[in-house]
Design a binder for this molecule. Sequence first.
Ligand code: 8YV
Length: 337
Amino acid sequence: MTTQHNTTNPAHKPKILVARAIFPEALAKLEESFEVRSNQSDKIFTPEELQKALSDVEGALVAGSERIDAIALSEAKNLKIVANISVGYNNFDVPAITAAGVMATNTPDVLTDTTADFGFALLMATARRITESEHWVRAGKWDQWSIVNNPLGMDLHHSTVGIIGMGRIGQGIAKRALGFGMKVVYHNRSRLSPEDEKACGASYVSKEELLRTADHVVLVLPYTPQNHHTIGASEIALMKPTATLINIARGGIVDDLALANALQGGKIFAAGLDVFEGEPQVHPELLKCSNIVLAPHIASATEKTRRAMVDLAIENLQAALAGKKPPSLINAEVFQD
Ligand code: 8YV
């Protein structure tokens, strides 16, 4: 599955792993300085393959599909850095990586606006039933048009959006919502500064109040074991029957089966999902729902942003292997000047 890219003078080039396909120009740039083992076939490594692929490299570029934990690192005697091509790093067991003396990095900031754009797009598509409408057209049902028989949606303008997880991307969604005249409420582990709240036009509320009052609930919080099933049957029960739920955070933040049951039972109006429990699998009950918009984890997927993510991951890797502090180091305690 992997291909070895030999260089003219490998003795002077540290060995690195590129665990998923990246842009050819980025790979070529890496090959100038490193002996690159790359998985350009893009078939996701099994845990055994990953363990073996990490065993003799000094650096690795990985993505959310690679779980980096004590087992993956158990043979990695030369490894100095694992550079995630992703801002979220729930695929990293950070204490295990730190214990192995390995630097861990991610790709913050470069994807904030692109991801916030997508969150808003998914919200609009869900509230206005855009994919359902497309299916309606494709099924030749347009001639059944009537004032009351179209797929009727829910308004965004002048409605209330509730954002759970008010980091950079959550704040980006809030700012976009202001342009639609929406009221913004949010819930977060910690409250924003008064200046940041003002910039987002956002009011802090409890999670329960948010779920009870929001017309649209958008999830943008990081996945941690504490955040597992932040939204389950009892949280959905607090939501308005007319509400939409958008998950661009991580699979596991929502109990997907509970959501499917709620959508099928008309407990909420609709959902838009970019992330799933056990992705790339999608719960079969979700696939049965018509009042849902499904996307394959594409919130950061524009060419410009994916290139910027790869470039930042490479910058992190190059810095670490040159003995410098990577720009987005997660476990600073591992870095020694
Ligand atoms: C990635 C993401 O595309 O950055 C993140 O946290 O979820 C996406 O931008 C995905 O994780 C692949 O690594």
